[in-house]
Ligand binder design. Structure first.
Ligand SMILES: Nc1ncnc2c1ncn2[C@@H]1O[C@H](COP(=O)(O)OP(=O)(O)O)[C@@H](O)[C@H]1O
Ligand SMILES: [Mg+2]
Length: 247
């Protein structure tokens, strides 16, 4: 089956500093890939590079989405094609409600083109918020305005579910969630996996109890140094990253 995302020999710099030093990754439809690695190893940079963040320069290599090269596409064009990023540190969107943000995003989606009206969208948002234990008031509140860390992560997940992307990259979506919220979020994520390929960046294997990965990759110093099954995540949690250094 054709890969939904294929990354070949990707090198990325920010501010002239090389961060990713040759990353290869292939994600097929329906797969969940986990990326683990020490702080500063380049996990978020990889997420930003896939989305085409203007602050990150691809100095070498190629990105393909559904078999088409996307290196030249702007962030919004990649998003419109069906790539979603749930941020590690979501920023407040002043004066823009979740409803209007989602309406704008859905209107620009290229495929699948979901015919929707604002009432259905509201209902969809309401159902997704409820599944995560959040109140309807978040629909009209400015996105992330005054929200706690855990609420922000859940709002990111609500956006993901509402947009139905082809590929969702979730950057430390489990950070700052208590055990109950983690379980709710994990189950919520696992529900979308048949329609959406997922790249999950995490430090902990506890979320993997609910979202069982097809592959786990270890990133050190801007390179994927090892790939394996879900057991690799358990091994990392037990023995740390030292074992992968200098490999
Ligand atoms: N915009 C930037 N400008 C300069 N350095 C950056 C920038 N973004 C990230 N870095 C650096 O790149 C390295 C990797 O960062 P990051 O991708 O956030 O790592 P991780 O998500 O694995 O913790 C860090 O040393 C970080 O300071
Ligand atoms: Mg990060």
């Amino acid at each position: 089956m054709q890969a939904i995302l294929e990354i070949r020999a990707l090198k990325v710099s920010a501010d002239g500093k090389p961060i990713l030093n040759g990353v290869d990754l292939k994600v097929r439809a329906g797969e969940v890939h986990v990326i683990m690695g020490p702080n500063g190893s380049g996990k978020s940079t990889l997420a930003f590079a896939i989305l085409g963040h203007p602050g990150y320069d691809v100095t070498h290599g190629h990105l393909f989405f559904e078999g088409k090269k996307i290196n030249h596409l702007k962030t919004h064009e990649r998003a419109n094609r069906g790539i979603f990023l749930g941020f590690q540190s979501p920023l407040t969107v002043d004066g823009v409600s979740l409803l209007s943000l989602m309406k704008a995003a859905k209107e620009k989606q290229i495929a699948p083109k979901h015919n929707f009206n604002i009432f259905d969208l509201r209902k969809d948002l309401s159902g997704n918020l409820e599944a995560l234990g959040l109140d309807d008031e978040f629909i009209m509140r400015s996105v992330h305005q005054g929200s706690s860390g855990g609420e922000k992560k859940k709002i990111e997940l609500t956006q993901m579910k509402t947009l139905k992307p082809k590929l969702a990259i979730l950057d430390e979506i489990d950070a700052g969630l208590d055990i109950g919220a983690l379980k709710t979020a994990g189950k919520f994520i696992s529900k979308i996996r048949k329609d959406t390929a997922i790249i999950l960046i995490t430090h902990y294997q506890r979320v993997l109890k609910y979202v069982v990965p097809d592959k786990v990759h270890i990133m050190i110093d801007g390179r994927i140094v090892k790939s394996g099954s879900k057991n690799l995540a358990k091994d990392v949690e037990k023995r740390g990253y030292e074992q992968f250094k200098n490999v």
